[in-house]
Design a binder for this molecule. Structure first.
Ligand code: GLN
Length: 524
């Protein structure tokens, strides 16, 4: 069997037993990236040498009889929103083009400590703002199932690289659906853990009260393997939970008898594509056949989810993105009105000296202060793309004096009501099921000119983040045109074992998750 046909669980077992070398596994995926990614654009950078070096070191360790980490030899692709000290971290923004962080994100550090092999950084919507990957400053990702369609976003590169077997697993982040929606549109499995389950330290912040990192893979079992390594308390993230990490992989096997799954009739209203509705109802039937009870429930404030999210997230983003001023990291406009070369960098060296902006340039004649402000403004005008600017403006407006109470404070109140909906629902059911997206993958360019249409794509995913609970997305069928359809399960805080167990059970009974796009087929 080729390494690219193996599950992540089988791959690490084979490496541990000496049936496969880490080098051979890594080479196999690098070869696929080289062959396929020119058509898909899932990677913003590939660390070929670093990956081969790490893999060879793992093989040496094994030969020397030293203990191996739980992910030994497993190639992993990491969303470019997570800091990696040895590879660029751009967040798909010109603002951070070529930026090299001085440290690894906690999740990346844990992957390395578990002997995983980081093969590269994946494409995404700029600063994770978007649902189609078209907001990347480095070009869109193409959906492996149909290259003219979007992979979803913002973790589109992570979803597409797993779908095309360019990596067995990937790391994504989810602020309002960015793991679950691209997983659904690319036919893979993606888990957004409970807020605080996985450390956010070193994740470039979008909306700090909503952001969460999670695994993307071909199956629930592979997600469980990855989650076990990345979850757990980190004193470096004040919002990280202290709760112990259960053995997600070992907990998978279990019946669904007695598990109550909520179904929200309002999810099936106008706007839901009939093919999606049909596949989702079929999945409910499969869960029922497996012993679960399906109970209709009401989520009375879910309708306000998108409006609430598009206030809370931009408000937090406008504050988080204030740090990109041209002085600290990333893109800086040239003094005196010259445009900086795209991607020109001014990294701050520890203790290093930096010239005062505008000094001696004759800029604007208003002295140092006005030259500094001009440099800030032009750096931001040049560095950020249009959607990021739109979010910063929306957030700044909603936070400004006079509007704060009407918008931001009100959104926080509605957020509480949404959270209460979940608490009430989880009195009656153990899980909530439903669609991930109203349609299968849409065409590139179809929604990119209409921000509101793009925001509505998030209808079924944003409430999970507003409530801080966990959600998983996995394939439950295909359209007549051959595009994957996703199913979403949501669970109470820290019920990841149940999310993974229910999905794993479903994946034992069905084989939607085993289908591969034609592009992934090996050449003869
Ligand atoms: N599509 C949503 C947005 O644009 C969600 C993004 C995310 O989860 N990072 O904000």
């Amino acid at each position: 069997m080729q390494p690219s046909d193996m599950s992540a669980v089988d791959l690490v077992t084979a490496v541990r037993h000496g049936d496969l070398t880490a080098l051979r596994a890594t080479e196999a995926f690098l070869e696929r990236i080289e062959r396929l990614d020119s058509q898909i654009n899932a990677f913003l950078s590939v660390d070929r040498e670093g990956a081969l070096r790490t893999a060879a070191a793992i093989d040496e360790k094994r030969k020397a009889g030293q203990p191996l980490g739980p992910l030994a030899g497993l190639p992993v692709a990491v969303k470019d929103a997570l800091c990696t000290f040895d590879q660029p971290t751009t967040c798909a923004s010109k603002m951070l083009a070529g930026f090299r962080p001085p440290y690894d994100a906690e999740v990346v550090a844990r992957l390395r400590a578990a002997d995983a092999v980081i093969v590269g950084k994946t494409n995404m919507d700029e600063f994770a703002m978007g649902g189609s990957n078209e907001n990347s400053a480095f070009g869109p990702v193409h959906n492996p199932w149909d290259l003219t369609r979007a992979p979803g976003g913002s973790s589109g590169g992570s979803a597409a690289c797993v779908a095309a077997d360019m990596a067995p697993v990937a790391i994504g982040s989810d602020t309002g659906g960015s793991i679950r929606q691209p997983a659904g549109l690319c036919g893979i499995t993606g888990l957004k853990p409970t807020y605080g389950r996985v450390s956010r330290r070193g994740l470039v912040a979008f909306a700090s009260s909503l952001d969460q990192i999670g695994p993307m893979a071909r199956s629930a079992a592979d997600c469980a393997l990855l989650l076990e390594t990345i979850a757990g308390h980190d004193p470096g993230d004040a919002t990280s939970l202290e709760s112990p990490v259960p053995p997600y992989g070992a907990d998978l096997d279990g019946p669904l008898e007695g598990v109550r799954i909520g179904r929200v009739p309002a999810h099936f209203g106008a706007g839901l594509c009939p093919e999606v509705a049909h596949a989702v109802e079929e999945a409910f039937a499969a869960f029922r056949a497996a012993g679960a009870t399906i109970i209709d429930i009401d989520m009375p404030h879910a309708d306000a989810g998108v409006a609430t999210y598009y206030l809370v997230a931009p408000c937090e983003a406008s504050s988080n993105l204030a740090r990109y001023d041209g002085a600290h990291y990333g893109h800086r406009a040239e003094p005196g009105g010259h445009r900086a070369e795209p991607g020109r960098l001014h990294p701050v060296e520890p203790g290093g000296h930096r010239a005062e902006p505008g000094k001696g340039s004759g800029a604007s004649g208003g002295g140092f202060e006005s030259a500094l402000v001009e440099m800030y403004c032009r750096s931001r005008a040049e560095g950020f793309g249009p959607e990021v600017k739109r979010r910063i403006m929306l957030g700044t407006y909603a936070l400004s004096a006079g509007y704060y109470d009407a918008y931001y404070a009100k959104a926080l109140k509605v957020r509480r009501l949404i959270r209460q909906d979940y608490l009430d629902a989880f009195e009656k059911v153990d899980l909530i099921g439903g669609p991930v997206s109203a349609t299968a993958a849409f065409k590139l360019g179809e929604k990119s000119g209409d921000p509101l249409a793009m925001y509505l794509v998030d209808l079924y995913t944003v409430c999970t983040n507003l409530a801080g609970v966990g959600g998983i997305s996995f394939p439950c069928g295909f359209t007549k045109g051959g595009l994957p359809i996703g199913f979403q399960l949501q669970a109470p805080a820290l019920a990841e074992p149940l999310l993974l167990r229910a999905t794993d059970r479903y994946q034992h009974l069905t084989d939607w998750h085993r289908r591969r796009p034609a592009i992934a087929a090996r050449p003869r």
